[in-house]
Design a protein around this ligand. Sequence first.
Ligand code: C2E
Ligand code: CA
Ligand code: CA
Length: 562
Amino acid sequence: MNNDEYEKNFSVLLSSFILDMEKVPTDTTHPDIASACENLCNFLRISRLEATHIQYPDLPHKEPILNSIDYFKSDEYDSSQPFTITRETPGGTAIYKVYPAKEAEPWSETEIDKINVFIVTLFVFNGRMRSMALCSRLTFHDRDIAAYNIKYYTIKLRELIRENKAAEYICCRFNLKKFSLINKAFGREQGTKIMEQFALGLSALSGDDCCLCRLGGDNFLHLFKADKSEVVKNYLTNTSVETGNPDEPYAKISARFSFYYITGTCQTVSEIIDRATSAYNIMKKTANSTSIIYDQRVAEQIENQRIVEENFLKAIENEEFLVYYQPKVELRRYSLNGAEALCRWKHNGELIPPNMFIPILEQSNNICTLDFYMLEHVCQDIRRWLDNGLEVVRVSVNISRIHLGKQNLSERIINTLKKYNVPHQYIEIELTETTSDVDFDELKKIVGALHNVGISTSIDDFGVGYSSLNLIRDLPWNTLKIDKSFLPKENDPYNSQKITMLKNVITMAQSLGLECLVEGVETTNHVAILKENACYQAQGFCFDKPLPVEEFEKRLKNRIFK
Ligand code: C2E
Ligand code: CA
Ligand code: CA
């Protein structure tokens, strides 16, 4: 072979090697490259080509490793005298060893030059592969633990949708329960390692094609094949993770989670993640529940929530919320003794009950807007009744506990009455019981401030929440509203325990100087029970349902029931 031919052949082999490397830039051990490599090695009389260089792992927080790769190894190679080329890299020295064939003539200078060119080319590609691995790690992984980030999660999901494979998977949103306690017990740094152990364990059992993504803090999204649902569920419900602390070698970790079994073929990434997330949010609101599966019922709840949130402010503007008045009755004379203002939403010709929107509004400040809207409308009605010479009764207005902690609640209430020139005796504020100390202090301030200006207050739904005797005794309430759960249901067998409890609650209220009203009085039997126990105030379907304002005005004129 003459010189020109030699040069030409080498160029052809090298460019084919480069082109193959270009095709698979992240994998220098790909078979195409291996074969191009073999051709070059044969041409250059190399019997083995070995490289030891730094390799970055797929997941963060795994130390880079020194990896030795045989790019080429013939059946017979001479291990005695390799020709060694070293190159410095940011991660350490890369060593390339080139072995001549057995008993071969030493390489000529030209050959050595070509071998150098070949190795440098390989070195450049390895460097590029390293930076790509690093780049992908930085772009697609969580910074602290061995999990992907949302960017990668979306790419993976989009790929599955494109390949029509998404419907084999579950999209899962989860949060680790009380992880702050683990951070407290083991320290933040160790806490992160424990979280990483948890994440690695979860990925390991979720199948090769899973994708675990950390959203931040202790919030995650997971994606795995539906046939792994049981193992994942068990792992998330309860698992033990090594802590690295000899005094307490294991920590129990569990999560609250939602599963969305991906369906259909025409969904988008954000629709899928939205469903898992909305289901998770709905589950979170239900105390004691730790998991949820997205289904038709959840879908309706989510849709309802969307409608409420989207339409609320417009509905306030359009005055779509109506005040219904439910009479309160004095049981000795069966006469009208007061009323409770209850909200209804007239939307697109439909009358929506409060349990469909109040809990949603309570997730934001919107409930405060609604409560003051109600108070304003009640004040307007009372003012009108007074101006028309009607004999008015005290109307109670519900104020959500979400208001507690807001500045100037009592001033706002007082100012609203003033705005409509409503004497204080005609308004009562209903507040529910509370458990937290902060709320307790707030309640104390508000109830006290209203008491000082002669506005009545009542404890609503007494007996449903956590009752605290201090709360009742230490605050100047006017009325205790006993929840309907103390009353026997229609087909209940005579329940002496319930009635004993009711009797005691009534006695307690009276001994503290509180008025006492029972809600949900539906039957004459209920009325009899109240009278036997010397409670003479009732509210319930036995007398009137909540009435539209025109109906209630008739009731104001005709105040005796029967
Ligand atoms: P609540 O304050 O305990 O109101 C009493 C609820 O019991 C009303 O339901 C009323 O219609 C119902 N009720 C009355 N008598 C009977 C009866 O004999 N049997 C039965 N089974 N139920 C009876 P409603 O109007 O659906 O209101 C539900 C809840 O929504 C209220 O419970 C209250 O917590 C909330 N709510 C209603 N309006 C407002 C409001 O303007 N602001 C706030 N924050 N909450 C409101
Ligand atoms: Ca109430
Ligand atoms: Ca109530």
